[in-house]
Design a binder for this molecule. Structure first.
Ligand SMILES: Nc1ncnc2c1ncn2[C@@H]1O[C@H](COP(=O)(O)OP(=O)(O)OP(=O)(O)O)[C@@H](O)[C@H]1O
Ligand SMILES: [Mg+2]
Length: 260
């Protein structure tokens, strides 16, 4: 019998560094995300979570280190090139277009991935019409998946903050990414809606999606993730399954400043 080879990480970060005016926001971070998992990333305020995401998604220039996505070096590529490679991230602050309908918001998310050129646009070619039809079908599927189909044609302005976060999650999924990185998907979301977000992520994961989730809501992370990474001071403090991480005295100390 041949042994099953260990799967390779989908995302692999080694020695990532980023400073702002002498402050080491990310200070030699090593981090792996395995395919088909939900990996949680937690850590106190200012521990470098968002900066790490900004660096690996091309929104901040990297000072040093390596970012491999499916074995390919994506370090310091521009955001659109990283997104086209299949790595999509959301932002800590919710960003949807209030005056566009939910479906328009979702279809808009496909613009950077549009293969049709200006000539297709001008001539409204079959290729363009087909791309639009596909985007609309996917948008309709996703708006139903997040449970907001009754508002599909309404402007996003009518949504609650939590519903806007769900819409941003659906927009990230539009181009069928291979890895979705969520920065604080339930921060500021009404507790009753948090379970909805959780259920949507569970369904997407069951359908084969890979997630990395940064979140302050530790219970949410512990329920959802199979693997949890703890950042402190721009580095990895520890990692492991939720139970192990939760009972690690160093994690308690990092969060609460107490020694167990
Ligand atoms: N654009 C920037 N310019 C200067 N300093 C920054 C910038 N972005 C982040 N920092 C600093 O880098 C450090 C890490 O910040 P970062 O936002 O990555 O932390 P975080 O873990 O996401 O925190 P939070 O949980 O509050 O979102 C902090 O000291 C922050 O003040
Ligand atoms: Mg942050």
């Amino acid at each position: 019998m041949t042994a099953t080879p260990n799967p390779q990480p989908l995302l692999s970060i080694r020695g990532l560094r980023k400073s702002f005016y002498g402050i080491h926001a990310v200070d030699g971070l090593d981090l792996d995300v395995m395919p088909k998992t939900i990996t949680g990333i937690i850590g106190p305020n200012g521990s470098g979570k968002s900066t790490s995401i900004d660096c690996l998604s091309g929104f901040q220039a990297i000072d040093a280190g390596q970012v491999l996505f499916d074995g390919r070096d994506i370090g310091n590529l521009p955001p659109h090139a990283i997104a086209r490679a299949g790595l999509i991230r959301t932002f800590q602050t919710v960003n949807v277009y209030d005056d566009m309908s939910l479906l328009q918001n979702l279809m808009q998310a496909m613009v950077p991935f549009d293969k049709a050129g200006w000539l297709d646009d001008l001539l409204r070619t079959r290729r363009l019409r087909q791309a639009e039809a596909e985007a609309r079908a996917r948008a309709e599927h996703l708006v139903a998946l997040i449970g907001l189909q009754r508002y599909a044609e309404a402007p996003a302005a009518i949504l609650s903050y939590g519903q806007k976060k769900l819409l941003a999650l659906a927009a990230a999924l539009m181009p069928k990414p291979r890895l979705v990185i969520l920065d604080e998907p339930v921060a500021g979301v009404n507790p009753s809606r948090i379970l909805e977000v959780e259920e949507v992520i569970r369904q997407l994961h069951a359908a084969g999606e890979t997630f990395a989730i940064v979140e302050h809501n530790v219970d949410f992370i512990m329920r959802l993730c199979s693997h949890v990474i703890v950042l402190v001071g721009g580095r990895k403090l520890t990692e492991g399954d939720p139970k192990t991480v939760r009972s690690d005295p160093r994690v308690l100390e990092a969060y609460l400043g107490i020694r167990a």
